[in-house]
Design a protein around this ligand. Structure first.
Ligand code: PMP
Length: 421
């Protein structure tokens, strides 16, 4: 029996989740790798792109390519409208109060560097403490380490339990009047752990600290509401949410962004420039968007969010949970395979190691069978070291993956393990 059939999600008012139809939106899913149908299970690294998002580039460069904001001609108007329209789509997607609080960056990584270099540089000093969860991606660690070297504040680590859930008692104990900032991901890219960011924000605020939430792995899988979380800063990347590379988002509370200094200078971000009187800066969000932005990418991100909303984040989340449960069950039948990250609340990521088979070998050999999984440290070296491993294999799912693909993946994995053992 084919597993790609229509399934009905639990919530009654949603249309049935038709994964076969939805896959037709993705040209890349029809390709073969080494003569085998592609089974793409590396979605936590980057997700694939629907045709309507790909088409944005031909449409933009073929019809209305122009620099935005200051032009008076028709093309500039059209490009500006599409660009600012995408900002509004992002605002709605994360339920930010105002589109002035939505800053476009090159990606999640740049958003962290922006906050570190602007807010961090002006608000942190020796004696202060920044709490970083053990689950963090390097993008939410290294900018803070670089700054700590210069400013002399202290970084403390929020530990994890053996199942990959954050130790909330330890977190409470670490919060003191010296804590200025908490850095945590909404969903861990390495283990899939979903962190209680709303509760963590509330505790941070009670201690007088801010919280920056890394939503790179949450935005594609679940509804994000920055007001409900009460996040001070929330960050995600376009290319993990069915959009293009080269664009990401920083949400920040207006009251914070207003008083933060610009971090990059140049065109677009100024009000007036004078050698005699210096420079005054543009209003939000432009103060933080120096230079010509990635215009087509931003417009394409808007389209990607339309696509995601059309399918429905709740439906996507439910489908991926089914894939997670199924793949976990199937993987557990393999001798010597150990899943890392078994927290109760998990998104669609399965990280594992196999006794007697190096992750790198598995990744290379399974590729020969058409299956794309990620192997390595997943930019979370502290976490992997803590669990005593250098690398894991990681399968991560998206809206278009199927149970059939998981069957192929598990069968291929068995073959590969037999080859290397
Ligand atoms: N945070 C998390 C949790 C991620 O998974 C990633 C990408 N792997 C990033 C941040 C960095 O995103 P980007 O490389 O798009 O800037």
């Amino acid at each position: 029996m084919s597993h790609t059939a229509v399934v009905t999600p639990q919530s009654a008012h949603q249309a049935p989740y038709n994964v076969a139809k939805l896959r037709e939106d993705f040209p890349i899913l029809k390709r073969e790798v080494h003569g085998k149908p592609l089974v793409y299970l590396d979605n936590a690294a980057t997700s694939q792109t629907p045709i309507e998002v790909i088409n944005v580039f031909a449409d933009y460069y073929g019809r209305y390519n122009a620099n935005i904001h200051r032009g008076l001609h028709t093309l500039a108007d059209e490009a500006t409208e599409a660009f600012e329209g995408a900002r509004e789509k992002v605002r709605a997607f994360i339920n930010a109060p105002s589109s002035r609080e939505v800053i476009f960056t090159r990606g999640a990584t740049e958003a962290f560097n922006l906050v570190a270099n602007s807010w961090g540089r002006t608000h942190l000093s020796a004696g202060d403490e920044v709490l970083i969860s053990m689950l963090e991606h390097h993008a939410n660690i290294v900018p803070w380490q670089l700054l700590a070297q210069q400013l002399g504040f202290t970084i403390k680590v929020i530990p994890v339990h053996a199942d990959g859930a954050l130790d909330m008692n330890a977190y409470r104990a670490l919060l003191t009047e010296r804590t200025r900032l908490v850095c945590v991901n909404h969903v861990s890219n390495a283990f899939g752990t979903i962190n209680p960011v709303k509760e963590m924000a509330s505790l941070a605020h009670q201690a007088g600290a801010l919280i920056i939430v890394d939503g790179a792995q949450a935005a594609p899988h679940q509804r994000v509401d920055v007001q409900d979380i009460d996040a001070d800063f929330y960050v995600f990347s376009g290319h993990k949410v069915y959009g293009p590379t080269g664009v990401g988002v920083l949400y920040g509370k207006q009251s914070l962004l207003e008083v933060m200094p610009p971090w990059q200078g140049g065109g677009e971000m100024i009000d007036t420039v004078s050698f005699e009187h210096g420079t005054t800066f543009a209003a939000l969000p432009h103060k933080f968007e120096a230079g010509t932005p990635a215009i087509a990418e931003v417009i394409a991100l808007g389209k990607a969010l339309d696509w995601t909303e059309n399918v429905g984040l709740d439906a996507i989340g439910e489908w991926e949970q089914q894939l997670l449960t199924y793949s976990t069950q199937q993987l557990q039948t393999i001798d010597g395979l150990r899943i890392l990250g078994t927290a109760e609340h998990k998104a669609a990521v399965v990280s594992f190691v196999v006794e007697g088979a190096h992750a790198q070998d598995i990744g290379l050999l399974i590729d020969q069978l058409g299956v794309a999984v990620r192997t390595g440290h997943h930019c979370a070296q502290p976490l992997l070291h803590h669990f005593g491993v250098e690398a894991t294999c990681r399968a991560s799912f998206a809206a278009y993956n199927t149970r059939d693909e998981i069957d192929i993946f598990v069968t291929s994995l068995r073959r590969v393990i037999d080859m290397v053992r």
